[in-house]
Design a protein around this ligand. Structure first.
Ligand code: ATP
Ligand code: MG
Length: 252
């Protein structure tokens, strides 16, 4: 089974975290070892995975400053050890690596973890023991992290689009940046679809969606309760559509 290396991007609120978290667990249920990467400084992926994460990012312990005051990974910490020590267990055997979440004092207390995260993701391909792992990254909204190389592991970018102009315009922008890297492929998933007209709308915009995820009340219900969609409503139309998306990605 070929490991997948996917980054999920798109406009704010498009459904990136819902789709990445649910996909990560479904991929794990297909007997894949899955590493979920969360570089968003706002909460999202842990909730959709159903993972309980410590308030302080574990990666803080992986970073130190050198003589010039620049952050580096502590001696002896490479990608394998980082995944062993600083990931959090999520359901279905998924491992979650987080850069950390903004605190009351802003980003200052997190800087070590953010630098450590960036360094680790840039060294994932050094690690022979991670070669068979499926890696799935949930990127924060918009094109910025894509432009600044926050998903170097990605062989495929999944653009989550809502059937609205702002969402499609953002996805197009992200796509142009992604395409600078010749070796990567891109596809779109339409989320919050309410009709066939929505599908036509994204097609007319130039995206042929790999999957269509319907607008589904179960998503908000799950969020209201603070549980993962997959645990709250495993038989919901949204979960069924994300399962089809996983199959489509595995077949590519
Ligand atoms: N298929 C869906 N049906 C109904 N509501 C949805 C669906 N997908 C996402 N939502 C709602 O849209 C909101 C955004 O979802 P999510 O947090 O997954 O998006 P995101 O792209 O990760 O957002 P952010 O840019 O803030 O990281 C959530 O409140 C969620 O309930
Ligand atoms: Mg999100």
């Amino acid at each position: 089974m070929k490991p997948l290396r996917i980054a999920v991007a798109g406009k704010g609120g498009a459904g990136k975290s819902l789709i990445s978290g649910t996909m990560a667990r479904l991929l794990a249920r297909h007997d894949r070892q899955v590493l979920a990467l969360d570089s968003d400084l706002q909460p999202g992926l842990a909730l959709s995975l159903g993972a309980a994460v410590p308030a302080e990012p574990p990666l803080l312990a992986a970073a130190e400053k050198d003589e010039d005051g620049r952050w580096r990974l502590r001696k002896g910490i490479g990608p394998v050890r980082a995944v062993q020590r600083y990931t959090t267990a999520a359901p279905d055997g998924v491992r979650l690596l987080q850069a950390g979440k903004t605190t009351d004092e802003g980003l200052a207390p997190l800087m070590g973890a953010i630098h450590a995260f960036y360094k680790v993701i840039h060294r994932l391909d050094e690690a022979g023991s991670l070669r068979d792992w499926t890696i799935l990254g949930d990127l924060p909204a918009g094109p910025r992290q894509v432009a600044f190389d926050w998903a170097p592991y990605a062989e495929h970018f999944l653009l989550v689009v809502e059937p609205t102009w702002p969402s499609m315009l953002t996805a197009r922008r992200v796509m142009r940046i992604v395409r600078i890297r010749e070796e990567v492929t891109v596809s779109a998933v339409l989320n919050k679809a309410t009709s066939e007209a929505d599908v036509d709308r994204v097609r007319a915009f130039g995206f042929e969606p790999l999957a269509v995820v319907p607008a589904d009340d179960a998503v908000r219900d799950a969020e209201r309760r603070g549980v993962a969609l997959l645990d709250h409503a495993p038989g919901s139309p949204a979960v069924a559509a994300i399962a089809r998306l996983v199959t489509a990605l595995e077949r590519r």
